[in-house]
Design a protein around this ligand. Structure first.
Ligand SMILES: Nc1ncnc2c1ncn2[C@@H]1O[C@H](COP(=O)(O)OP(=O)(O)O)[C@@H](O)[C@H]1O
Ligand SMILES: [Mg+2]
Length: 337
């Protein structure tokens, strides 16, 4: 996964191995439907995602992290065209799927899936898990006589079994429901899955089981993941590369082990320092994040992080830093200038 200046070389050497490539993607919302809110107040644009570029190699996982509201879900949904981006390109297997019409989109839907934080809200409470899986398999053209066998295969792949076929969603625990969501995502034999906070609603002990299941599934079926989480400790164990987002943009990216061992951006440093340490005696070097993340309607000028940064200086308030190589990671910060 590479961005900005490195992308030029990357395209020629590795184009075949990139499954996903996103170029300068932006997505804006407006609050409400009209130009003016009540009391004549002008509505402001919500810059949920602004000029984001990255790529993911086939079979790899890109972790996408950042505080709530920084644009992770919007970005994930734009990439699989659940919502439409406003600007930019999205290449899936070297083809710009933003240019696809409705019919072409259907052809790639099968190959791109999403797993949500709360699978219960996306499971129909009135149908059994077996019926749900068979319905999806039928929709995607599996022969009727193979439906049951395939549904059991899917449940097995997600660590469940034949005994679960006739059960309803409410009969499962949170972890099991996420297993069902994984089985459902696998039903169409996808090449790419957006995992949007897939373990954030689960107990810590269950989190690692689901992460391990996702890892095993990835290896077995050679699936590519965009793994979204606000929790860096979760992303660390599953990602090959990590992108850190702040107010709609990427502030740092790099190989997971580089970024965790030597973070360059003050925001990444603060997020990493907040991860609880296994050994409490190893010292408490927590960097406190000042205040809350500003609203996406009021992104500060210059560096978007300048209002919370402990190293802020004048240039940070006037010039927006671009992503550039800093050590072994790419970082958008004036500190190294
Ligand atoms: N449908 C929408 N309409 C208006 N604003 C939205 C909508 N979806 C998301 N946003 C705003 O976009 C920003 C990014 O949201 P989101 O992508 O959900 O962030 P994250 O997943 O990182 O928590 C937030 O400010 C959020 O309020
Ligand atoms: Mg989200």
């Amino acid at each position: 996964m590479l961005i900005a200046e490195s992308m030029i070389n990357f395209t020629t050497n590795h184009a075949m191995t990139e499954l996903i490539k996103v170029n300068n993607l932006s997505k804006y919302f407006t609050e409400g439907n009209g130009l003016f809110a009540g009391n004549g107040r002008m509505l402001k644009a919500v810059k949920a995602v602004e000029d984001v570029s990255f790529s993911i190699k086939k079979g790899e996982t890109l972790g996408l992290v950042g505080e709530s509201g920084c644009g992770k879900t919007t970005l994930g949904r734009c990439i699989i065209r659940l919502i439409e981006a406003d600007k930019g390109e999205i290449f899936f297997k070297n083809s710009d799927i933003r240019k696809y019409g409705r019919k072409d989109i259907k052809s790639i839907r099968k190959q791109m899936q999403i797993i949500f934080q709360d699978p219960f809200s996306t499971l129909n409470p009135q149908i059994t898990i077996g019926s749900m899986l068979k319905e999806i398999l039928r929709y995607h053209g599996i022969a009727k006589k193979r439906e049951s066998e395939k549904a059991v295969e899917l449940l097995n792949a997600a660590g469940l079994g034949i005994r679960h076929l006739k059960r309803y969603p409410h009969e499962f625990s949170g972890g099991q429901r996420q297993r069902i969501a994984i089985a459902r995502a696998l039903a169409t034999e996808p090449e790419f899955i957006v995992c949007d906070e897939p373990v954030s609603a689960l107990d810590v002990s269950i989190q690692s089981q689901i992460i391990n299941l996702l890892k095993d599934t990835q290896e077995k079926f050679n699936i590519t993941f965009l793994f979204i989480s606000h929790d860096l400790s979760v992303v660390k164990h599953i990602s090959d590369n990590v992108c850190v987002m702040y107010l709609g943009g990427i502030v740092e990216y790099g190989k997971s082990h580089e970024l965790f061992s030597n973070p360059a951006h003050p925001y990444t440093q603060a997020l990493i320092s907040a991860i609880p340490k296994p050994d409490p005696k190893s010292g408490n070097n927590k960097i406190l994040l000042k205040g809350d993340i500003p609203p996406a309607t009021e992104i500060p000028g210059g560096c978007p992080y300048n209002t919370r940064c402990q190293f802020v200086f004048n240039k940070c308030r006037t010039e927006k830093p671009v992503l550039k190589k800093t050590g072994n990671v790419h970082c958008a910060c004036h500190l190294g200038d």
